[in-house]
Design a binder for this molecule. Sequence first.
Ligand code: ATP
Ligand code: MG
Length: 223
Amino acid sequence: MSLSSPFSEFNGVTIALSKGRIFDDTRPLLAAAGIEPATDPESSRELIIATNRPDVRLVIVRASDVPTYVQYGAADLGVAGLDVLLEHSGEGLYQPLDLQIARCKLMVAVPEGFDYQAAIVRGSRLRVATKYIRSASEHFAAKGMQVDLIKLYGSMELAPLTGLGDAIVDLVSSGGTLKANRLQAVEHIRDISSRLIVNIAAWKLQRERIAPLVEAFKHAVNK
Ligand code: ATP
Ligand code: MG
């Protein structure tokens, strides 16, 4: 005998989103596609959110878990920052659309007054704290710099202030957080925005369900 569950029986399209800026910035795009969430994930504790469309639901996951949910087909679609996608293998993911939301820059930052260029010229082996190990290691390798990378999961700004590292690789938008912590950006690694990602198998096998959503997002982005 199998137990029936209202959760596992869902037979429509599941979209994985993270709370905060991704959800906020995706909301207008969802609206343009005719999708209105039934509850607000910021105030509700529900992790599965129904929408006005019985065939579409949202799941709320950590930003860095969005590609994993989509890769394994637990969600058909997702919205993930390029920063997160660059740390993921990209396996099982189709990335049809740059949504141009949650825009920021991946940068190297050091304490104010630290002469980064001089350290490079001297060939100093810098300790760099970051959540973005892959992007950082590719960046420094391309520059021919030997660095020791220290993996963190958040609050990178604290690392140089406590002696954990000489530099950080982090996302910067206004620069306010760097400034508040007396750090300065010294190198721009790349521009970041969020992408629509689609489970490859769902894209192939359920094209008639998913393509109209992708088209609606595309239209909303280009408006
Ligand atoms: P978690 O809080 O679960 O550890 P997170 O801190 O990465 O995850 P958010 O801060 O909501 O989650 O960031 C989600 C995404 O938004 C990031 O992956 C990035 O693409 C983008 N983002 C992060 N910081 C900024 C920023 N300062 N300005 C614009 N976009 C940003
Ligand atoms: Mg954050």
